[in-house]
Design a protein around this ligand. Structure first.
Ligand code: GLU
Length: 549
C-alpha cells in the first residue's frame, strides 16, 4: 500500500489537494511593509474587553501600513459555541467601529477573497493539508481510547514523567503498520490524526516576538492532535493553515498562547510554511486586593464590551483608553492633540506593554469625561438621546420633547477654555440635568439646603431678590453684583474677607445666599453656572419654583 492510498483510506472525502488550495489563495498584492492582521474570536457571542483591545491593535497596525485586517471566526470547539454567537460578535465589534476589510461581515456572508472566514466551513482545506502530512509520514492515525489515555497519564504521574502523548509513549502507534491501521479503520474504530513530532524537549526554540522580543522555550515533542475524530481540526492546526492561506503577516493575539508557540513553529515547519511574525499582546488585568488577575468573563461585568455601551460610556472614550493601554506614548500624543484623529497616531510594537496591561476604570472614566467635555452640546444631546432610546425610554421621550432646554443646559460652561466635566457616561446626563425640565420639577422634592435652612428666611431672600435685583439681561459680573447688593440689604456679608474677620456681624455670607437661590431653583447645591440656569428657566418658571417652597 502506498502512503497515498493510506491517506485516502484515512480521509476518504477530501475534495481537493493542498496544491489546489495553495493556488486558490495566492499571495496578496500589497506594498512592501503592509501588514495583514486578523482577529480570530470563538463564537461565544461575547466580546471580551481583551478582544476589543486586540481588535483595535490589529486594525490599526494593518491600516496604518496600507494592509488588510480580517475577521475569522474560530468555531472548531463546539463546546464553546452559542446560538447567534457570530452575529453577537460582529454586532458588538460594529458598535465599536472596528472596521474589518474581510470576514463574514455581510450577515454572515463572506466579504473578501481568502474565505471561507468561518473555520467550520473550511473542513476540506484542513483535511487536504493533513492528508499531505500523512503522505509525507509526518502525521499518523491514533486510535487511543479515553481509558488508554488515562492509563498513560496515570503511569506518567507515577514515575513523575511529563504528561502527554510523546516519544516513547507514542511509539506503538507511530510504528503501527499501515495495514494494521487500515484494519482498525475498517473495523470502525474511531481515530484522530496526530502530528509525528520531530522535536526534542531538551533543545530550545527561540522565537522573535514583535512585542516581547526573543522568547526561548523547549521544543515541542508532543504528538498533538491535528484532526479530531469528527474531522475538525484543533486550534493549533487551523491556526497554521489559516494564517498561511490568508497570508497573515503578523499574528496579534493574547499572550496566553505563548506556551503553544513551540507547537505552532513545529507545525509551520512540518507543513513547509513560513512562520509568521508573532506579536503577543499583554493580557488585560485588574487589581483586586492588591493582587493582579485577568479580567474574568465570569466575575467582572466590565469584561464584556456591552457593559460600556449599556452604561453609555462613549465608544470613542473606550477606544482612546485602550489606545493608552496599547502604546505608552499615546496619552502624551492625545493630550497634545485632544481633537486629533486616532488614525494620525502610529501604533508601534516597541511601545507596547510586555507584562500585563492594568485596566483602570477610573482612568477610563476620566478620559471619557474629558472626551465628552470636548463635544458640542448638540453632539452630547444626540448621543444621549441615542443611548436613552435603547436603555431609558422615558428619558428619551423627555429629551425629544425638551430638545431646546436640554441643549441649552448641556451648553452651559461648554466650548470654553476649561469646559465642565460633569459626566463620564450618557447614563449620568439625566441626574445632572433632570431639574431643568418643568415636568420633573414638582412638589415633594428633596432640597439640599446648606447653611440657611429656615423656610421663612429662604422665601424672604428669594422674594426680595426677584422683586428688586434679578435681571435676566445681566452678564455674569452684574448678576453677582446684584446678589451682593441683596446681601447688603438683608444683613449678609457681600465681602468674604469682611465676613471672615467678623462673622458675628452677619447673618451669613454671599455664598450662603447664592446657594439658597441655587437650591431653590434646582434642589442641588452644586450646579453649573446659576445665572445661565436662570436664563434658561425664564422668569415665569423661576417664580413657579419659588412658589413651590
Ligand atoms: N480563537 C482563539 C481565541 O479565541 C484566537 C487566538 C488567535 O488569535 O489566534 O482565543
Amino acid at each position: 500500500m502506498t502512503r497515498e492510498e493510506f491517506a485516502n483510506i484515512l480521509l476518504p472525502d477530501v475534495l481537493h489537494d493542498r496544491a489546489y488550495y495553495e493556488a486558490k489563495y495566492p499571495k496578496r498584492n500589497l506594498e512592501a511593509g503592509a501588514m495583514v492582521t486578523r482577529l480570530a474570536p470563538s463564537p461565544t457571542g461575547f466580546v471580551h474587553i481583551g478582544s476589543l483591545y486586540q481588535a483595535i491593535a490589529a486594525q490599526k497596525l494593518a491600516h496604518q501600513s496600507g494592509g488588510v485586517c480580517f475577521l475569522r471566526i474560530e468555531d472548531t470547539d463546539q463546546k464553546r459555541e452559542v446560538e447567534n454567537g457570530i452575529e453577537g460578535i460582529i454586532n458588538s465589534l460594529k458598535q465599536y467601529e472596528v472596521s474589518f476589510d474581510e470576514g463574514p461581515l455581510d450577515n454572515g456572508m463572506d466579504v473578501g477573497n481568502y474565505g471561507p472566514y468561518i473555520q467550520s466551513k473550511r473542513k476540506d482545506i484542513y483535511q487536504a493539508f493533513v492528508k499531505d502530512l500523512i503522505i509525507k509520514d509526518l502525521a499518523y492515525p491514533s486510535f487511543l481510547t479515553e481509558e488508554e489515555k488515562e492509563a498513560i497519564t496515570e503511569k506518567q504521574k507515577k514515575i513523575k514523567s511529563r504528561i502527554g502523548y510523546f516519544g516513547p509513549w507514542a511509539m506503538d502507534e507511530r510504528n503501527m503498520s499501515m495495514e494494521m491501521a487500515v484494519q482498525k479503520v475498517k473495523a470502525g474504530l474511531p481515530y484522530v490524526i496526530r502530528l509525528k513530532s520531530k522535536g526534542n524537549f531538551l533543545k530550545r526554540v527561540v522565537i522573535k516576538d514583535a512585542i516581547k522580543g526573543d522568547i526561548s522555550i523547549p521544543e515541542n515533542d508532543m504528538d498533538i492532535v491535528l484532526l479530531k475524530q469528527d474531522g475538525i481540526p484543533t486550534y493549533h492546526f487551523a491556526h497554521a493553515v489559516d494564517d498561511t492561506l490568508m497570508h497573515t503577516t503578523h499574528v496579534t493575539r493574547g499572550d496566553e498562547w505563548i506556551s503553544s508557540l513551540p507547537i505552532h513553529v513545529e507545525l509551520f515547519e512540518a507543513l513547509g510554511f513560513k512562520v509568521p511574525t508573532y506579536a503577543h499582546l499583554a493580557t488585560i488585568q485588574k487589581e483586586e486586593d492588591g493582587k493582579k488577575r485577568k479580567i474574568s468573563k465570569r466575575k467582572d461585568p466590565e469584561a464584556n464590551v456591552m457593559y460600556y455601551l449599556e452604561k453609555g460610556i462613549p465608544v470613542k472614550a473606550v477606544e482612546l483608553y485602550l489606545m493608552t493601554l496599547l502604546n505608552s506614548n499615546f496619552e502624551e500624543w492625545y493630550l497634545a492633540n485632544p481633537k486629533g484623529n486616532i488614525q494620525d497616531f502610529t501604533l508601534l510594537f516597541d511601545k507596547m506593554s510586555v507584562g500585563g496591561a492594568l485596566f483602570d476604570m477610573e482612568k477610563l472614566l476620566n478620559i471619557s469625561k474629558n472626551y465628552l467635555s470636548l463635544l458640542t452640546a448638540e453632539e452630547v444631546y444626540q448621543n444621549t438621546l441615542d443611548w436613552a432610546k435603547k436603555y431609558d425610554s422615558d428619558f428619551a421621550n423627555l429629551l425629544e420633547k425638551e430638545r431646546e432646554v436640554a441643549i441649552l443646559t448641556l451648553n452651559i460652561e461648554r466650548e470654553s477654555e476649561k469646559p465642565r466635566k460633569d459626566f463620564a457616561m450618557y447614563s449620568e446626563v439625566k441626574e445632572n440635568i433632570w431639574y431643568m425640565f418643568k415636568e420633573n420639577f414638582t412638589e415633594n422634592l428633596k432640597y439640599d439646603w446648606q447653611k440657611i435652612t429656615d423656610k421663612t428666611e429662604i422665601k424672604h431672600i428669594l422674594d426680595i431678590y426677584l422683586a428688586k435685583y434679578y435681571d435676566p439681561k445681566d452678564d455674569n459680573e452684574e448678576w453677582f453684583n446684584k446678589v451682593k447688593l441683596l446681601c447688603d440689604e438683608l444683613g449678609y456679608a457681600s465681602n468674604m474677607k469682611e465676613y471672615k474677620q467678623n462673622p458675628e456681624k452677619f447673618k451669613g455670607n454671599v455664598a450662603d445666599v447664592s446657594t439658597v437661590i441655587r437650591v431653590a431653583l434646582t434642589t442641588s447645591s452644586r450646579t453649573p453656572n446659576l445665572k445661565d440656569i436662570m436664563a434658561i428657566l425664564g422668569m415665569q418658571e423661576i417664580q413657579r419654583r419659588v412658589g413651590l417652597l
